[in-house]
Ligand binder design. Structure first.
Ligand code: NAP
Length: 358
């Protein structure tokens, strides 16, 4: 169907499976503002999580307001400057940052060493991590993979730092749920690259066991239903990526005596909840909020050192995904809505992702 030149893709807040494409005007910029044209982005369960928790303690739907009853789901991606009333940002400049599922996005940049921070009052409630737009060079061979994975690799990398410290305290195994997710795969790949010495136990849905085994990154792979037969050399660290109360309770009770640490980071399963359910075994569960963890590491270590080692690892991981992750291209709001629906429903197989262009 022919689409307007400028549009927002709106998702119904009380039924995330319903979407609507709405034409939008091109408001005049205020001094200092910049209009970005969204170039391309990937979608993972991270975006579904933003939508599911759109009205939570971190009300992601408030970042990019929509008409009554609708929200614009946040994405991370590349954009090109279409119009600029900022002296240090030129038309054609390329950035990577946090935007809505729309053709265009207006920001109020304050220049930073790595790009700019979007100071738009509407988004001040978010951790400053979300305000950051990184200056991006011309696309290289990893550009699509970076568009997809750069938003979630910080979680994998910060987790690897935390778990490395747990290994120094005596941990011998790490037990990871949603073992087929990019966060989990990034984490175990990074631990292997560091020669952490930790045995990695991956738990996943029965339909994903074969895929996770074939990655050859986990020492043990089992489905959630096989948990009772899974062994892990203790002491262990439990990283939950599902947010699923049943999974969290079952895993923490199974390994309770041997758990050094329980970290709750993800919410991949549809019934995921933010807070730990009653009945968890083992040590008190800790929530893991990557923006805060990364910012603390940068403060302690210095930005050059931290992002230097981070970028080396991310580039290595992006290259390694070429062996297991197919990336397809799609364009237009209808295609974006369709891929979002598949991601939300958990229907996209873990070895396939899309790069989407408005
Ligand atoms: N706390 C933080 O700071 C932080 C930072 C980044 C990401 N995260 C979170 O980490 C999670 C993983 O993100 P990602 O981008 O790595 O995800 P992803 O690669 O898209 O993960 C896909 C996997 O999640 C599970 N899944 C997804 N939808 C499902 C559904 N509807 N029903 C059942 N299982 C489903 C399946 O894994 P299994 O079958 O293996 O369970 C699936 O293979 C997200 O919840 C994201 O928000 C948190």
């Amino acid at each position: 169907m022919p689409q307007p030149d400028r549009w927002d893709l709106l998702i119904k807040r009380d039924d995330l499976t319903v979407s609507e494409i709405r034409a939008v005007s091109c408001p005049r910029l205020e001094p200092g503002q910049v209009r970005l044209a969204v170039e391309k982005f990937g979608l993972t369960t991270n975006n579904a999580t933003y939508a599911r928790f759109g009205e939570s303690e971190i009300p992601f739907f408030d970042a990019f307001p929509g008409p009554e009853g609708y929200g614009r789901v946040p994405i991370w991606g590349y954009a090109l400057v279409e119009e600029s009333l900022h002296p240090d940002i030129a038309v054609g400049d390329r950035f990577f940052g946090y935007m809505p599922m729309s053709t265009h996005h207006v920001v109020a940049p304050e220049i930073t060493p790595r790009g700019f921070a979007d100071t738009t009052p509407q988004r001040q409630f978010l951790h400053p991590w979300y305000w950051n737009f990184e200056r991006a060079g011309a696309p290289d061979g990893l550009d699509d993979r970076r568009a997809l994975i750069h938003p979630v690799y910080p979680a994998a990398y910060s987790l690897a730092d935390m778990i490395t410290r747990q290994a120094e305290r005596g941990a011998r195994s790490v037990i990871v749920t949603s073992a087929s997710s990019k966060v989990s795969i990034g984490l175990v790949e990074e631990l292997a690259a560091r020669d952490s010495g930790l045995a990695a136990v991956g738990l996943t849905a029965a339909r994903h066991v074969e895929f996770v085994r074939a990655l050859d990154l986990y020492d043990t792979v089992a489905s959630y239903d096989e948990l009772a037969t899974v062994e892990a050399a203790g002491p262990s660290v439990f990283v939950d990526v599902t947010g699923d109360a049943k999974v969290r309770i079952n895993v923490s009770q199974r390994f309770a005596d041997d758990l050094l640490n329980t970290t709750l980071i993800g919410f991949t399963h549809p019934e995921a909840a933010v807070f730990p359910p009653p009945g968890l075994g083992g040590p008190e569960a800790e929530g893991f909020f990557t923006p805060a963890v990364e910012w603390q590491a940068v403060e302690e270590e210095g930005a050059d050192s931290y992002y230097g080692r981070y970028t080396k690892s991310e580039d290595r991981f992006l290259e390694s995904t070429e062996s297991w992750l197919t990336i397809r291209q799609a364009q237009g709001p209808e295609a974006i809505a369709e891929v979002f629906g598949s991601v939300l429903a958990g229907k996209l197989p873990p070895d396939l992702s899309y790069i989407l262009r408005p």
